[in-house]
Each structure stands twice: as structure tokens, then as C-alpha cells.
Write a protein that binds this ligand. Structure first.
Ligand code: SF4
Length: 501
């Protein structure tokens, strides 16, 4: 947790029960006064909430398209407190972190940098993800609006993406303000994919570095190189190749039997790198483990899979009702196919250039097959059936010594999966070392102690797996080079390397 945790005080408004005597009023989604917004050239777009690296790459990518864009700082404990102070009661914890992070940023613009609230509302726009479904995700936009209004930024503009409808713009955004063209999305996706690839490599290397901090330093240089490539419109493949040379300089000792831990769960809680999950990834590394993070790519592939399934069901209904197949679906189907192909092609290109060889883009049909007898595939809230599938896959293919599923406090879909469905999965696969853990924003000590307990067993398994192997007398140098990435039935990296000789 950040050092802010101890110094944060509740705002004066928190605990204010004045509302009890007030007459209830209807919620209105529109600002009280009409506002004249800044023209396109003056508008500044804000967003954030991905991994630290991805936020910065997205900033470079959108800036390269002439968009005035700023990535918000990583949400921290203070963001959470701000979100709680201005948000509705009973929200899930990513709502508090992300909404509070925006409010905190705007408050800083107003209170530290001297911009008036009017100027902020006039000039800034926030881009976020939106959607509907059986969880609070569908209420995010309203939640942002409510918190922004109560924090003194009534009328602040928001716009959101929705996976199954392509993109729609918030009510207040004039179409000409942001051009959500295919090239906008392609550039955005390139930044996300490259961020995923570099993050995956970072997690593979950092636990084995010989000198503390060398991997992070190399990753920082990679971030600069890729950002420059975006800004100069130069070849990203070439830039990834340059990063390969930088990463190769990091000296590793990969023959340390460390517990391999898959970190999954609710999308934001599993992905964020900060107080939102008590810095879980760094905590695990400090405790001697190697993490397998969940790339954003997984969520992207799930969204495409869900969109494809919806079209398929529509067609099926038409046939069952004796109607002719609706060929208007054909265009959407082709677009989904093209999107899948584009994601795969870009991922393969960039991964090859930087030297990520042993990572496969998840096969969504295979994962759905694994999960379908445990979880209704039509239930698409949160990560849907994906958490169940990942756990089964990890056991069947011996992918890790421990699987941690993080659920934010108040998360409906993820908690139902872990507290309900996963109990059946672990009963049927007793060899699974599975920990479902809740992040409430507070209570880090309890969280860490539960992780440590599960990690103890995982470390034992990693050690045993390694010690039963016959270590050859001659160990080739390539073993310690990150570019050597063999694959076999071992879970731990050190055991996999030795078994490959
Ligand atoms: S999946 Fe859970 S944490 Fe995420 S938005 Fe939905 S309810 Fe909130």
C-alpha cells in the first residue's frame, strides 16, 4: 500500500446524515445550467486505469493522432477514499477507485493548479469503458456523473466504449469532438497489445534478475522507445526489436525454483498495479514468487467471443421461428472476424520482434468448453465463465503452483464465481491450490496473511518439482537468457528449463 494509507483522512462530508431530513428528489442526468464547452482544439481528454505501462503507451498513441490526451495517475488509496466520499453507498470497489481517481485529479487541477471548476468542466472530457449486464459496470457512467456533480464539477463530460455496440458517445459529446474511426481503435489496440507483451516479459524476468531494479529500468527504456515510435509514426516492430536488445542486457539467474502464481479474477482488480489490489503482484514477487498476470488481451478476446455468440444466437432464433437468416448480421460477423485476425496478427508480430515466444493467445472456444458444465456461458457479467475456465486449465495443464482470484469488495459476478462455482471445481480437482481473496480497499494485513499461507504450499510444490529433477553437469548459457522459453509439462520456470535440457 502507498504511504498515503496512513495519512488519508475522511472528508468532512463523509458521515454527513443531513440527507435524512431532505425530501427525495428525482435523479437527473443533465447538468442544472447549460454549459458552453470548449472547441475541439482546446479539449483535453483524460483516461486511465490500465497497467502503468499501458496508460503511458495509450497516451503516446493518442497524442500521435493529434488528440490532446493525458493518462491519469495510478488510482491509489486516496482515490478510493475520494470515491467513497462522493459515490453512492454499496458500490463495488473498482468504482470507488476509478471514480475517485478522476475526482481527485480534477480537485488537484482546481486546488493545486488554480484552474476554476468552470474551466475544468469546459475543457476536459473523460473516456471510460461502459456496458450493461448483470453487474455495476452498467452504472459506472451515472456513478461518475453523480460523484462529479457532488464534487463541484456538474456537467463534466464523459464518453464511453461499449464492446458489443462498437462505440457510442456520451450524450454531451458532439460527434466531431473525437473521431472514433477504425484507425483510432487500431492505434489504441496496438498500444494495449504492446503493453501486454512487455508486461508479460517483465513478470517473467523480474523475479530472476541478478541486480535489483535492472528489469524495471530496462522496461522503462522500452516504454520510452515505444512511446517515441508512436509519436514519430515510425515502425513499432523495429522499436520492439530495439527493446529486445535492451532486455537481453538484464542478467538473470533463472534456475531458482520459485512458486508460479496465476493472478486472475475481476478484470480491474486483477490487472491494476497499486492499492486497488494491495500491490499484489509486487507483494508476490517480494515473497519469492513469479506472477502470471492477466493481459488485457484476454478481456478483449472474451468481448469478441461474447459478441460472436450473441450473433450466433440471433441467427438460431430466426431459424427456429421459421424466418430467413438475417443477413444484416453478416457484416457484424465479418467485422468480428477481422478484429480477431487483426489482434492476432499484431500480437504475433510484436511478440516475435521482442522475443516473447511461448505465449499463446487464449482460445476462447476451448476455454468455454472447459467451463460450460460449471458455469452458464450466457451469464456474461464480469469475466463470465473465464475465471472457472482458467482454474480448470491451470490444473489440467499444470500451469502454476497457485491460482489467486481477486474479487473486489461488492463485486457481484466475481464473488458468485469464487464463493460458489469454484468450490465445486476445487472439489472435483482437489490438486488445485486455489485462493479466492477479496480486496476491500482496507484490511491489507488480513489480505497479505491469507496470500502468504497459500503461497507457503505453492513454494513447497515448486521446490519439490525442481528437486526431483536430475540437474545436468553442464548448464548451457542460454538457460539464463529470457529468449530461451521452452515448454513442457512442468509448472515452475526453473523446472521447465532443466527438463528441457
Ligand atoms: S465485475 Fe464486479 S467489480 Fe467489476 S464492475 Fe462488475 S460488479 Fe463491479
Amino acid at each position: 500500500m502507498s504511504i498515503n494509507c496512513n495519512s488519508v483522512k475522511m472528508t468532512d462530508k463523509n458521515g454527513d446524515l443531513n440527507f435524512i431530513n431532505q425530501a427525495p428528489t428525482q435523479w437527473r442526468d443533465i447538468p442544472k445550467k447549460s454549459i458552453v464547452y470548449a472547441p475541439k482544439e482546446e479539449t483535453i481528454f483524460l483516461s486511465g486505469g490500465l497497467t502503468l505501462l499501458q496508460d503511458k503507451l495509450v497516451e503516446a498513441a493518442l497524442t500521435s493522432m493529434g488528440i490532446r490526451f493525458t493518462a491519469l495517475p495510478n488510482p491509489d488509496f486516496k482515490s478510493f477514499q475520494t470515491g467513497k466520499a462522493f459515490g453512492n453507498r454499496g458500490q463495488c470497489n473498482p468504482t470507488y477507485f476509478t471514480v475517485g481517481n478522476l475526482v481527485k485529479y480534477l480537485q488537484n487541477l482546481r486546488d493545486e493548479q488554480g484552474l476554476s471548476s468552470k474551466e475544468i468542466v469546459r475543457k476536459y472530457v473523460y473516456i471510460t469503458a461502459g456496458g450493461c449486464g448483470p453487474c455495476r459496470f452498467g452504472m459506472y457512467i451515472t456513478e461518475y456523473k453523480k460523484a462529479l456533480r457532488d464534487a463541484g464539477f456538474d456537467g463534466f463530460r464523459l464518453t464511453s466504449f461499449e464492446h458489443d455496440k462498437g462505440i457510442f458517445q456520451g450524450d454531451e459529446i458532439k460527434e466531431s469532438l473525437l473521431n472514433f474511426s477504425p484507425s483510432f481503435f487500431i492505434t489504441l489496440i496496438k498500444a494495449v497489445i504492446i503493453g501486454d507483451i512487455i508486461n508479460i516479459l517483465g513478470y517473467k524476468m523480474r523475479p530472476y534478475e541478478l541486480e535489483n531494479g535492472k528489469t524495471d529500468k530496462a522496461l522503462e527504456s522500452c516504454k520510452e522507445i515505444i512511446s517515441k515510435a508512436f509519436l514519430k509514426h515510425s515502425s513499432l516492430v523495429k522499436a520492439m526489436w530495439q527493446c529486445r536488445n535492451i532486455l537481453s542486457q538484464v542478467k538473470l539467474n533463472r534456475l531458482q525454483p520459485k512458486a508460479k502464481v496465476i493472478v486472475m479474477g475481476e478484470f480491474w482488480a486483477a490487472m491494476t498495479e497499486g492499492d486497488g489490489n494491495y500491490n499484489l503482484h509486487r507483494f508476490l514477487e517480494a515473497e519469492g514468487a513469479e506472477c502470471i498476470p492477466q493481459p488485457i488481451l484476454n478481456r478483449l478476446m472474451l468481448s469478441l467471443w461474447e459478441a460472436e455468440q450473441t450473433l450466433f444466437k440471433k441467427e438460431l432464433l430466426a431459424v427456429e421461428n421459421g424466418k430467413r437468416v438475417d443477413f444484416s448480421n453478416l457484416k457484424s460477423k465479418l467485422m468480428i472476424k477481422a478484429a480477431k485476425a487483426a489482434v492476432k496478427t499484431h500480437f504475433t508480430l510484436y511478440a516475435k520482434a521482442i522475443g516473447l515466444h511461448n505465449y499463446e493467445i487464449p482460445d476462447m472456444d476451448k476455454l468455454a468448453d472447459l467451463a460450460k458444465s460449471y458455469y452458464t456461458l450466457e451469464c456474461s457479467g464480469g469475466e463470465g465463465h473465464l475465471e472457472v475456465a482458467h482454474l480448470i486449465e491451470s490444473v489440467k495443464h499444470n500451469l502454476a503452483h497457485l491460482v489467486i482470484s481477486i474479487k473486489p469488495f461488492g463485486c457481484m459476478p466475481s464473488s458468485a464465481v469464487s464463493d460458489g462455482v469454484q468450490s465445486l471445481v476445487t472439489a472435483r480437482y482437489p490438486q488445485a491450490n486455489f485462493l479466492s481473496i477479496e480486496t476491500s480497499g482496507e484490511g491489507a494485513a488480513n489480505f497479505y496473511s491469507r496470500v502468504q499461507m497459500a503461497l507457503f504450499k505453492a513454494k513447497q510444490s515448486a521446490k519439490e518439482e525442481y528437486e526431483i529433477l536430475e540437474i545436468p553437469e553442464y548448464i548451457p548459457k542460454k538457460i539464463h537468457n529470457y529468449l530461451y522459453q521452452p515448454k513442457n509439462e512442468k509448472a515452475g520456470s526453473a523446472a521447465t528449463l532443466i527438463a528441457s535440457l
